[in-house]
Design a protein around this ligand. Structure first.
Ligand SMILES: [Zn+2]
Length: 118
């Protein structure tokens, strides 16, 4: 289960990186905390990227935490494909295919844990 989630986080990591607007970022996309990033529109995405990048030893983190990371990524990708008018239930593009897989994984997580992953 954990392996599936870690694998599922690879695609949104790339997608979020490509879609975060860093033109006005003073920190070159490095999340520096609430204070430095407070006024930035991309703070949530940068925080996610910083906490869930390839080097953040995700496999050591509790399942609940990476499950939350996957749900965040799912909402991000969902918003993107909706903006572009994809029908994510049937569309064959990579983002929509990922989204369907992610929805299943998230449903599995909640099913396995009877709705509670705390
Ligand atoms: Zn699509």
């Amino acid at each position: 289960m954990k392996e599936d989630i870690l694998k599922a986080l690879e695609f949104p990591r790339v997608m979020i990186r490509e879609n975060v607007d860093l033109r006005s970022c003073r920190f070159n996309g490095q999340y520096v905390g609430e204070l430095g990033c407070k006024l930035c529109n991309a703070a949530t995405e940068c925080k996610w990227l910083t906490q869930h990048d390839e080097f953040s030893s995700l496999s050591q983190k509790p399942l609940a935490e990476i499950a939350t990371a996957l749900e965040f990524a799912m909402h991000f990708v969902e918003a993107l494909v909706m903006e572009s008018d994809h029908e994510s239930e049937v569309c064959r593009c990579e983002a929509c295919r990922w989204l369907r897989g992610a929805r299943e994984t998230v449903a599995d997580i909640h099913h396995d844990s009877n709705g509670s992953i705390e």
